[in-house]
Design a binder for this molecule. Structure first.
Ligand code: GLA
Length: 370
């Protein structure tokens, strides 16, 4: 009796205490760097992380009947990530998540230029998006196993993509119970700006199973930052009240996405930054509920903003895992971060990082079903 009780207690403890972490090769980059894939498994939840771009390659989560599905968009092979990850599927984004107008900003009286790679006309880019043409999504991170997960480190040299300072970024992915936690930290040796995030596209019914328009989304934000025609914030902090941007009560993504609204037209749907009411405290930023599977994703963070992007640029030209085609709005992103173009908006929360300061914040993706 006692032995049995002890065995049960130990089994319960191990399932609570640790996710199983395993590592396999995921191939080599064209320049010969080894890339590994780490699998984090706790109970019925599994997260697959590759060291190229720190990408969440797969995320397996049970539905309300216990049936598992992979709920993030992505590819089966490294080659496809290297050649075709135009949408930044699952990747760590750095040094600067989202846009910097004209690729230019001034810091300590000096102007810095980041190569531009984004704009309404792809042939004439006008913004630096997601850290420039070779951001943190396109580099191989050093990796080591840690309790419940994997720690990724990337040392970005002074002047990388035009950004000042040698920056050491450390990102830890851990899986405990139903929580996939991303812990970001960084230090610099010169004054710089920094805005890291993760760019996962969720489809809670299963990647490649259709669009996300019937997902109910809640965003705990009373304000958002309207944009100009180049998707750069105008600087205004606008109230969501009475607009299609009010997600304070759970609302289907598709309910208002085609409304006659200037901001929705500029974003080709939702592609905006919401100003979280939590103001920097660790709290729920957003929740997504998918009615057919019953899966629920809660996004918890201590960042001031979240970019809610409804996969407006997906057009069926990308074939992902298992040969599935990713059509228009077949995934949604909730990129927890500072506001776009903050280095050019002194009134936005600062993205400056100085030597001796430690950049540190977390996001938790919490899964359940109902
Ligand atoms: C972010 C941007 C979008 C788009 C995607 C990547 O979410 O805000 O406009 O660039 O990344 O396709």
């Amino acid at each position: 009796m006692r032995v049995a009780a002890l065995v049960i207690a130990l089994m319960t403890m191990t399932s609570v205490v640790s996710a199983q972490v395993t590592k396999q090769s995921f191939g080599k980059t064209p320049d010969g760097k080894n890339v590994d894939i780490y699998t984090l498994k706790d109970g019925a939840i599994e997260a697959h992380i590759i060291t190229y771009g720190g990408i969440i390659q797969a995320l397996k989560v049970p539905d309300k009947n216990g049936k598992s599905a992979d709920i993030v968009l992505g590819f089966d092979t490294l080659d496809e990530y290297v050649k075709g990850n135009k949408g930044y599927f699952g990747a760590l984004i750095g040094r600067y998540g989202n846009r910097i107008a004209g690729g230019k900003f001034t810091l300590d009286g000096k102007t810095y230029s980041i190569p531009v790679n984004d704009g309404p006309d792809p042939n004439h880019p006008v913004n630096a998006l997601h850290g420039g043409p070779k951001g943190f999504d396109k580099v191989v991170w050093d990796a080591k196993e840690i309790p419940h997960g994997v720690e990724l480190t990337y040392v970005s040299p002074d002047g990388d993509q035009g950004f000042p300072g040698k920056l050491t970024a450390v990102v830890r992915y851990t899986l405990v119970g139903k929580d996939l936690k991303i812990d970001y930290s960084a230090t610099t040796d010169k004054d710089t700006v920094l805005n890291l995030t993760n760019h996962s596209y969720f489809n809670l019914a299963g990647a490649g199973s259709g669009d996300i328009l019937k997902n109910d989304v809640k965003i705990n934000a009373s304000h958002y930052t309207p944009v100009d025609a180049n998707l750069i914030p105008t600087g205004e902090i606008a109230s969501v009240a009475g607009t299609p941007f009010d997600f304070r009560k759970p609302t289907a993504v598709g309910a208002r996405i085609n409304d006659d609204n200037d901001q929705l037209k500029k974003g080709h749907g939702y592609d905006h930054n919401w100003v979280l009411d939590s103001t920097g405290k660790l709290a729920e930023a957003a929740e997504v509920y998918e009615p057919s599977s019953g899966r629920v994703l809660q996004v918890i963070t201590d960042q001031p903003g979240v970019q809610f992007y409804t996969g407006n640029f997906l057009d069926g030209s990308i074939t992902g895992k298992g040969g599935k085609v990713y059509g228009h709005r077949s995934g949604l992103c909730l990129e927890t971060q500072h506001f776009p173009d903050s280095p050019n908006h002194p009134k936005f929360p600062s993205t400056e990082l100085k030597p001796g300061q430690k950049y540190h914040w977390v996001t938790v993706f919490r899964f359940s079903a109902r």
